[in-house]
Design a protein around this ligand. Structure first.
Ligand code: PRP
Ligand code: ADE
Length: 177
């Protein structure tokens, strides 16, 4: 098996979760397998391994797990981007598009310095609404978003292309049609 096939096999698919008709791509099985977890972290960060990254920004909730490991790997700080009302200090907030309706994500106002180079991390990109909101937040604080990394792409939903159109290089490791 190739690395990609191996990694794909370590993701569990749960039909009809959280709603009928959704095939939920569950990465807890990937995270629970030491080899898959390490390879996913190593591969996600590989294009930027030699360059200076000031901060890794992880999106709640599964982006925290991958983002924390990547931040350690590249010796950068970690910044959480959270759902509304979860962060304790003063926040900047951004509305983002859900499949039906909108919600808000937030970042601490002092989480980044202007000009800092940031890599955005999440487990999966679908419509790209969440990542788009996160990039707008990071840019509002003056960060340079050098890349957005996701283990899983759902290409039919067009999220990765949407993020590339914002001028942010996208790295994904596996796709589910
Ligand atoms: C999932 C996933 C991404 C987002 C991707 O999180 O972890 O953050 O959906 O979807 P999009 O590209 O269409 O915006 P979810 O909203 O389920 O939140 P959770 O991690 O808190 O469960
Ligand atoms: N977020 C959006 N779509 C998803 C899916 N199919 N599996 C897991 N997380 C998701």
């Amino acid at each position: 098996m190739t690395f990609e096939q191996d990694l794909k096999a370590s993701v569990r698919t749960i039909p009809d979760y959280p709603k009928p008709g959704i095939l939920f791509r569950d990465i807890t099985t990937l995270l629970g397998d030491a080899r898959s977890f390490r390879r996913a972290v190593d591969e996600l960060v590989q294009p930027w391994a030699g360059s200076k990254i000031d901060k890794v920004a992880g999106i709640e909730a599964r982006g925290f797990i991958l983002g924390g490991a990547i931040a350690h790997q590249v010796s950068s700080g970690f910044v959480p981007i959270r759902k509304k009302g979860k962060l304790p200090h003063t926040c900047v907030s951004m509305e983002y598009a859900l499949e039906y309706g909108t919600d808000h994500i937030e970042i601490h106002v002092d989480a980044l310095q202007k000009g800092e180079r940031v890599v955005l991390v999440d487990d999966l990109i679908a419509t790209g609404g969440t990542a788009e909101g996160a990039i707008k937040l990071l840019r509002q604080l003056g960060a340079e978003v050098v890349a957005a990394c996701f283990v899983i792409d759902l290409p039919e939903l067009g999220g990765a292309d949407k993020i590339r159109a914002m001028g942010v290089p996208v790295r994904t490791l596996i796709s589910f049609e």
